[in-house]
Design a protein around this ligand. Structure first.
Ligand SMILES: Cc1cc2nc3c(=O)[nH]c(=O)nc-3n(C[C@H](O)[C@H](O)[C@H](O)COP(=O)(O)OP(=O)(O)OC[C@H]3O[C@@H](n4cnc5c(N)ncnc54)[C@H](O)[C@@H]3O)c2cc1C
Length: 403
């Protein structure tokens, strides 16, 4: 089998490692437009559930990643200048994106993946000039502006829309001790900062505001530098004199990209190329790597003894069938989460800090009060003391259910 992977980001590299480990005799080639040392963004968070899957799929990559990760075990949520620490031992950790890529690149080379850096293609047909015209499978792991997806948009059934909030990913040299979400009403605007430390020298800082704030502060007419300075003023108490650092940190409205089908001919999409899960439900990186695990399993699964080897297309279909239901759940959570964020100004005005935390924690519908009590007992007790859960508690008690 010959597999051509377009895109050497987390999805493409991890997929090639997993496939090559299980099928060393297969040819796996990765075509990457950038050099090995170039990347965008700063640190990325890998949630615990994602780390567990990485560990199960490939203990060596897991160990290497863990060695470079920063764990805080605590997240602060700050509304109306009342910071509340939420402790959870299993919140995952953060890693510099470039460290993550280097771990994956090094491992991929060790297992015999053929990586070609500095080679952008504009269309899958250009794989021919890399000697990959006869690839059995072409994997579109080429991110949010995927050319593999664009070449077969109709077959994939691609839809794209944009959210109204505006955001940009920055870094800062301020090394925060814990991850935090700060929701600040500043001069009548609704500003959000999500920051977390990812190494000994810096933190990621995601800046966001709603469209009303964007217009009110004239951000449409500002240059990127001026927008950055505005956020530095709003979050001066947190930055303590440090500036935000840009690394291609353009301001964007989040693109909601979905594909009705993941397969077109011998092409298949994974990671950001396939679906953009909103950053508020955890990093796209984890989801991209989980896609890679599922596709690698489907591609390399041995046929039951006596049965004929499945064709490449049958293997791709198996991937879509197996990963589909889980991805649908993630996308539902992502949708509920971004719709919640789209009304952030209203929630910031309407709720008290603890009401807000409860609404935030339960916004996707995946965290029931019962689960909240099990996973965050300290917070749950505090929410009860604050009266946020009083009505629900009363109805639980009346119905004889434990709260
Ligand atoms: C500017 C920016 C900053 C971000 N920062 C963070 C962050 O701090 N934390 C976080 O959790 N998430 C962040 N994200 C989101 C996260 O990076 C993605 O969800 C995740 O990287 C998805 O992995 P992927 O492998 O699917 O795609 P990508 O990481 O986008 O990888 C795609 C790869 O394909 C290559 N490629 C693209 N087109 C071609 C082509 N035509 N030919 C050859 N190669 C090609 C690209 O160079 C890239 O290496 C950020 C996204 C962006 C755009």
């Amino acid at each position: 089998m010959k597999i051509a992977v377009v895109g050497g980001g987390p999805a493409g590299l991890y997929l090639s490692i997993l496939v090559k480990r299980r099928r060393p005799d297969w040819q796996v080639s990765v075509i990457e437009q950038n050099s090995a040392d170039s990347t965008f963004g700063f640190g990325v968070v890998l949630a615990d559930s994602g780390l567990n899957r990485i560990q199960a799929a490939d203990a060596q990559v897991y160990d290497r990643l863990i060695g470079k990760m920063t764990f805080s075990g605590c997240q602060t949520i700050n509304l109306k200048e009342q910071p509340v620490d939420i402790h959870h031992p299993a919140t995952g950790g953060a890693i510099a994106r470039i460290d993550l890529l280097h771990v994956l690149q090094d491992t991929a080379k060790e297992v015999g993946v053929d990586i070609r850096f500095g080679q952008r293609i504009e269309h899958p047909s250009e794989l021919a000039r890399h000697g990959l015209a006869d690839a059995n499978v072409i994997v579109g792991a080429d991110g949010v502006n995927s050319v593999v997806r664009a070449a077969h948009e109709k077959e994939f059934g691609t839809t794209r829309s944009f959210l109204t909030n505006h955001f940009a990913w920055f870094g800062t040299r301020r090394v925060f001790t814990k991850s935090a979400l700060v929701f600040r009403d500043w001069q009548g605007g609704s500003f959000v900062a999500h920051y977390y430390p990812y190494c000994a020298t810096g933190s990621t800082f995601v800046a966001e505001c709603d469209h009303t704030t964007w217009l009110k502060f004239g951000m449409e007419a500002m240059g990127n530098e001026e927008r950055q300075q505005l956020f530095e003023r709003v979050f001066a108490p947190e930055l303590e004199g440090e500036q935000l650092i840009s690394n291609n940190s353009s301001w964007r409205q989040f693109p909601v990209t979905q594909n009705r089908h993941w397969i077109a001919g011998n092409c298949v999409l994974i990671g950001d190329a396939q679906t953009s899960a909103h950053f508020s439900i955890g990093s796209g990186t984890r989801i991209a790597m989980e896609d890679a695990i599922a596709l690698a399993e489907a591609l390399t699964e041995a046929a039951p003894s006596g049965a004929t080897e499945p064709t490449a297309l049958q293997r791709l279909q198996r991937f879509a069938e197996k990963r589909g239901p889980e991805k649908a759940k993630l996308l539902t959570a992502s949708r509920k989460s971004y719709l919640w964020y789209e009304n952030i100004g209203e929630w910031m005005r309407r709720y008290s800090p603890y009401e807000f935390i409860h609404a935030f924690m339960t916004r996707t519908g995946r965290m029931s009060d019962k689960r909240l009590a099990e996973q965050y007992p300290e917070l749950f007790a505090q929410l009860k003391r604050e009266g946020v859960l009083r009505d629900k508690m009363a109805s639980h008690e009346e119905s004889g259910h434990p709260a």
